[in-house]
Design a protein around this ligand. Structure first.
Ligand code: NAI
Length: 403
């Protein structure tokens, strides 16, 4: 029976999916390391981790039966992706599961900042009554500039437009505008017309401190900045300066250049003493719904790979979607991406009289992955000969009978 090891309290939705697929499930709450981790991996074909379990090259190579890795989170930097690809192991994650959670938080923060709720709330907590409408605005009719119009950015645009906001966006690449959103010509063009600027770019060399003193100087007087993307994107000292001199009316910051590693660690920021600033501990995507979605999405990808060989969505592997198995047998071969691998495979299949019903080949970097549907079950000898053929990394056979 195929078994899956689920570490770090992976959500029950994943457990349900694996149980439906009749897999043996071992659950552990922690994130084992070193020998403990190697020993735990020995008995399983699939492993599910979150961000605390680190899978290095030696642990991946020592896991003899491991077929695939599921990261039940967004990031995959905790896994040596090259080592996994070289071992013929695809790595799956859930890149879109928390998109809506981030977008909703951003919209809520835009409204709170426009109404100056953070500073009024802080005053009320200290017994002060700051009733008044001066400097408080509705979101309706205001302009939101979305920097990075990808999954999250475009979702923010949809929600903002539904509230009557005017949406402009700036992206490094040409994007299809959703609804009435309009593309700005440049970052300066976007931020200079916005009442609220929200950042949704990845951390790259080009986005590093993209919002610095120079960029902030182009913001409209009294505009608000929201950053729920990555901590490196904003120069926090420059932001603090712009807030102190009231050039900016407020900010909501969820991600920081330096973040505490654990909840018990102290969080320290120059923004802490400033009014109309919302500080949150990197929780943009942290909702029960996102965890549920992650559980379902990654478990579904792992089961699909197990039962059909599909690698759609794998972060380190060529993408092949062969569909359900209708032929008597399906051979899955991972090989080094060099000329001749497909010829070797097909010559050996022809040699024992196997006819190819369908064949899908994709390559990515050094890895080649070929899925071959056959009119008969190939011999054990053929599978064994492929396992030692030069350039062949691993072979797996699926049979329609399920045996
Ligand atoms: P995505 O990849 O779908 O979108 C990013 C967009 O930024 C793309 O359209 C890309 O073309 C654009 N972009 C890249 N470089 C750019 C540049 N120099 N100037 C302008 N545009 C540029 O990513 P997604 O899923 O929308 O995530 C956005 C950010 O949100 C990421 O940094 C991600 O790490 C972060 N995030 C934060 C969470 C939180 O808890 N606060 C949760 C989930 C994601």
């Amino acid at each position: 029976m195929t078994s899956v090891l689920l570490l770090e309290n992976i959500h029950d939705t994943a457990v349900g999916r694996f149980a439906e697929a009749k897999l043996e499930i071992e659950r552990r709450s922690g994130a084992p390391v070193g020998d403990d981790l190697c020993a735990a991996l020995q008995a399983h074909e699939l492993v599910g981790i979150r961000s605390a379990t680190h899978l290095h090259r030696h642990e991946i190579n020592a896991a003899q039966h491991l077929l695939a890795i599921g990261c039940f989170c967004i990031g995959t930097s905790q896994v040596d992706l090259n080592a996994a690809a070289q071992a013929g192991i695809p790595v799956f994650n859930a890149p879109f599961s928390n998109t809506r959670s981030v977008a909703e938080l951003v919209i809520a923060e835009a409204i709170l900042l426009l109404r100056r709720v953070p500073e009024k709330s802080a005053l009320a907590h200290t017994g002060k009554w700051a009733k008044g409408s001066s400097g408080s605005f509705e979101a309706r009719g205001k302009t939101i500039a979305i920097v990075g119009y990808g999954n999250i950015g475009s979702q923010v645009g949809v929600l903002a437009e539904a509230m009557g906001m005017r949406v402009v966006y700036y992206d490094a690449h040409a994007k299809l505008s959703i609804g009435s959103a309009r593309a700005a010509q440049s970052l300066v063009d976007a931020v200079s017309q916005a009442d609220v600027v929200t950042l949704h770019v990845p951390a790259t060399a080009r986005t590093n401190r993209m919002i610095d003193a120079e960029a902030l100087a182009h913001f409209k007087m009294g505009a608000a900045l929201i950053n729920a993307s990555r901590g490196s994107v904003v120069d926090i000292d420059a932001l603090a300066h712009a807030l102190k001199e009231r050039r900016l009316g407020g900010a909501a910051i969820d991600v920081f250049p330096e973040e505490p590693k654990a909840n018990a660690d102290v969080f320290d920021s120059v923004l802490q003493q400033l009014p109309n600033v919302i500080l949150t501990p990197h929780i943009g995507g942290s909702t029960e719904e996102a965890q549920e979605n992650i559980g379902t999405e990654v478990a579904t990808k792992l089961i699909s790979f197990l039962t059909t060989g599909a690698t759609e969505g794998a972060v380190n592997f060529p993408h092949v979607s062969p569909g359900p198995l209708s032929a008597p047998a399906r051979l899955l071969n991972v090989h080094v991406n060099v000329p001749g691998a497909l010829a070797t495979l097909n010559t050996r299949l022809a040699g024992e009289g196997s006819n190819i019903v369908a064949q899908h080949l994709q390559t990515k970097g050094e890895t080649g992955y070929v899925v071959t549907d056959l009119d008969r079950v190939p011999s054990k000898g053929l599978i064994e000969s492929l396992s030692i053929a030069p350039g062949f990394v691993r072979s797996r056979l699926l049979m329609k009978s399920g045996k």
